[in-house]
Design a protein around this ligand. Structure first.
Ligand SMILES: [Ca+2]
Length: 287
């Protein structure tokens, strides 16, 4: 007969085992490469987090690489697509030594989702590693893959056990310098300065990241009389560092100026990944 302590340990270990398994299943972030592992679980058409999606849609070349438990001579590959099929351009297989050989190449036929794109390989290549190439600019929207089946010449069917990708929409939710918006790191003059030289002929703002520089800015006002005049013929523009935007101004003495650099309403200051900069209010006063 078990002692109470043994029984408690037994129940605790069962609990820990189940919670670990649950954690692993739940831990694969939505749209990550890991969502293409295992059997299909995205049976209806649409943008679903139980399938892999690249970070950007319509961005050109992307790939999804899948690993399988058992090497086989490839007979058939079945690619389950749940959203905007038709972007696959090539499928290759890797040998144990790492040599990549093309199994199929071409323009995937355009079909309605959900779709199974079936490739009859008839290949003597023995492999447990596939790479699917897409041209995401070919079919509008995200081109999502739910699962990929590898069928051997011996009839053995398997789903992927691991996956990686050129990019994933899951990284949208990671907190990295790349995923978070740019902020203002410097202005000339500085916010709060009460003794700005009125002969200053430009206001410059520097952001924390590389920005979209081509006519993308948003200096806005809270009232006409607190916004500086821009001299005729002068233009706003970025410096060569791609981070500093300069606005030519004509200031008046003894006056308070208020300038939104992006605002709750306008947000054309954007980094190269199209994240709008966090709004910043620049307030200063001239001598
Ligand atoms: Ca899936």
């Amino acid at each position: 007969m078990r002692t109470f302590r043994e029984a408690l340990c037994f129940f605790l270990s069962i609990f820990l085992l189940t919670s670990t398994a649950f954690f692993e299943a739940a831990a694969a972030p939505g749209w990550s490469a890991a969502q293409a592992v295992g059997k299909p679980n995205t049976l209806v058409a649409g943008d679903k987090e139980s399938a892999w999606a690249s970070l950007q849609p319509n961005n050109g070349g992307e790939w999804l690489k899948l690993e399988y438990a058992n090497p086989v001579e490839i007979k058939t590959i079945r690619i389950r697509e749940n959203y905007n099929p038709g972007a696959i351009t090539k499928v290759s297989a890797f040998t144990k030594e790492g040599t990549e050989s093309v199994i199929w190449k071409g323009d995937e036929p355009l079909k309605e989702a959900p779709n199974t794109f079936e490739i009859l390989a008839d290949s003597t290549v023995k492999s447990q590693s596939l790479k699917i190439y897409l041209d995401t600019a070919r079919v509008r929207g995200w081109n999502e893959i739910d699962a990929v089946q590898l069928v051997g010449k011996d009839g053995f069917e398997q789903w992927a056990v691991a996956a990686s990708a050129s990019s994933t929409y899951a990284s949208k939710f990671e907190h990295t310098v790349a995923s978070l918006p740019p902020v203002v790191v410097k202005t000339v003059p500085q916010a709060g300065d009460r003794a700005v030289d009125p002969s200053l002929d430009k206001i410059s703002v520097t952001f924390s990241k590389d920005m979209i520089t081509k006519r993308m800015w948003s200096f806005s006002q809270i009232s006409t009389d607190t916004f500086p005049k821009i001299p005729e013929g002068k233009e706003i523009g970025y410096l060569g560092d791609n981070r500093t935007c300069v606005m030519p101004v004509k200031l008046e003495p003894n006056k308070t100026y208020v300038i939104w650099i992006n605002s709750p309403r306008f947000n054309s200051f954007r980094d190269i990944d199209n994240h709008p900069a966090v709004p910043y209010q620049l307030v200063f006063k001239t001598k």
